[in-house]
Design a protein around this ligand. Sequence first.
Ligand code: NBY
Length: 841
Amino acid sequence: RRAFRNRRGQREWNKYAPKPFESAEEFERETVKHIETTLARSLYNCDELAAYGGTALAFRDRLVIDWNKTQQNQTFADQKRVYYLSLEFLMGRALDNAMLNVGHKETAKQGLSDLGFRVEDIITQEHDAALGNGGLGRLAACFLDSLASLNYPAWGYGLRYRYGIFKQEIIDGYQVEVPDYWLDFNPWEFARHDITVDIQFYGHVNKYQDDEGKMVCSWEGGEIVQAVAFDVPIPGYGTPTTNNLRLWASKAASGEFDFQKFNSGEYESSVADQQRAETISAVLYPNDNLERGKELRLKQQYFWCAASLYDIVRRFKKSKRPWKDFPNQVAIQLNDTHPTLAIPELQRILIDQEGLDWDEAWSIVQKTFGYTNHTVLPEALEKWSVPLIQHLLPRHLQIIYDINLNFLQYVERNNPKDRDLLGRVSIIEESNPKMVRMAYLAVIGSHKVNGVAELHSDLIKTTIFKDFVKIYGPDKFANVTNGITPRRWLHQANPRLSELIASKLGGYGFLKDLTLLHKLEAYVDDKDFRKEFQEIKYANKVRLARHIKEVTGVSVNPSALFDIQVKRIHEYKRQQLNIFGVIHRYLAIKKMSPEEKKKMTPRVSIFGGKAAPGYWMAKTVIHLINEVGRVVNADKDVGDLLKVIFVEDYNVSKAEIICPASDISEHISTAGTEASGTSNMKFVLNGGLIIGTCDGANIEITREIGENNIFLFGNLAEDVDELRHAHLYGNFQLDKELESVFDAIRSGMFGDAGQFSALVNGIVEHGDYYLVSDDFASYCKTHDMIDEAYKDQEEWVTKCITAVARMGFFSSDRCIDEYAEMIWNVEPLQPKADGVDGANG
Ligand code: NBY
């Protein structure tokens, strides 16, 4: 047995394990071997894609060993595990992260260079794993990274979409959606064709007496679709712990073809059956914060919940423990209401299949689940029609009705005088058709409900779940403020800043304990440190400018103030406020004398983000941004003073270039609408400042970094209702400067004004629901203050460094520890230095 010490001096390897690359030559040998054998490519036509493949496979070999050991170790320890159920995991690229966690990126860099490649070019060959829409999906990915890095025994469960979020192309200023087929070559997944689950749909329920005279239900008939497991290793940082993300793919149950149909000549219909089954996991729905009630979406949800629960229950049953131990062995976290069907599904398994009585089963269910809410927007709250559920999942509908009956009886007993309360909190909305309110089902079926930032967690208690606070008491509701993984969002995205910090803090310990960043405050006046900090920001801006030039053809000056808003396009996020502000600035510049122009701070306004394909208003905003860019960027009067850029196809790998390159980023949602936001954290951690409203995590960011180091503006959440009311009753005046912006749009300055009339009229005539006019003056004034502040670069860099030093709280490691303690009651499992090799002989 040969012992080997890893970079932390902890790890031992057995004699069979591949050792870490001892030299660049060794890395090269293995990479070339994979290129020539696994990939069957000749070295003579080895392009960057093949070099990526070989490199990925060489690192994967290491990852897999740790993965196997971790799984064995967790099985052997048999302690409580966490299951994170999310319909979205927005992972981005894996190779750089694997290099960081396995170690020896330097070795690979040297080896690749010997082979004639640059490691950065190889890393960028990888296709993003884009199985998510936005913040919710990326949060799930950060959580997996933290769970593994903190050694929690945890699994992610999701769907293996054949098509991730669409690719966005901008053609003539319009968004065009292109399918994202990402699975051509994916070395990071392992098909487990032996791990399959049959999933039932449709059919009917039979009720009968069993041998002991007890009434039992059984769900019969219908059709079966098979779920096949695909596993993705999730390596932790600074630990050999490598957790599992299990993604389910759908497949026709009877194999490749339905042989009977095939033999009787019905080729087409047998192929059609197969395709219909595969449709379930074919595509990610591209809506964020909008629920549209499509049958296929409900099928996806049940398919994934049922497969995951079958897997979890099977694993539990191997332990031969009594059922009452289930919640001591299993914590299931519901990432929004998308997996809420897991609640009636577990209840069904326990009563129909395992023979528990209702109350015993229900107590297990409630103790097992936790539910995270990510929105209070009414249009995003999931509801499914009763007839649809009745058709697709007849037994589940009965169980949901029984859950509701028990719950309403409980409510009535405790609130006998409040008759309206029952209708308000019923899981069933008495509309036509009747609807199942999934968020209520999730609250009732969980032991803890959490919001994702303080304001948001307070808001859910006073708005959508107000009645439930009365029923269950406030302790059922909690806050876990979101966080981000510093491994990807500092070290990988901004290696030079990470290195600078490490040089001052005596190593990379801050990547495991981000609160150590506070020690940077001691360097805020250190001349060399400040200079290097500024140089790094400049270099990151040059890198982004290069990307912008490549894809848009527009040259931007890296010395200008980079003002960035990248996130999904949504009315509540108010990209329209931003572009109206840009137009306001443009009109001002057009009126300036040369002397005034000299005093102006040059700006680059950068936008990026996808609109849901059916969200016409959001698409109009994209179009307006591009039209404004077309006019402004060509205007000789303006020159470098203002450039307007729309970065096509914003995704995780683009975010890694964009977040380190901001001077200011915009987080300007109408107060009370953005649950948390997480890109706000990414930008500040990378040394940029924020302009933002008092919304979501902006509030806590302000508390941590100090209000001198953030630019807040606009109305407060508590005033929103009154302002909206004033709009509706004509009791308001459109902001004068905004009026001039609208006049410019109406004049055709940015192309055919008709195209933008709905956008303008939404504010002028239809109540300005997102309060753009109310916040416009304060927004523009704050941007003027930013211009002034930016002129004093010494003061500016002081703010930036101070802010970075105070961002320690926003690590997703802190989040995960909070979930573990407050919601899951799980402990980390220290990796065995030697795995459990003893058991393997
Ligand atoms: O979750 C986001 C919130 O808007 C953001 O404030 C928060 O920081 C982040 C993490 O907690 N929500 C989000 O990204 N939601 C979605 O992507 C989404 C996707 C699909 C559906 C609803 C919401 N859907 O109903 O289909």
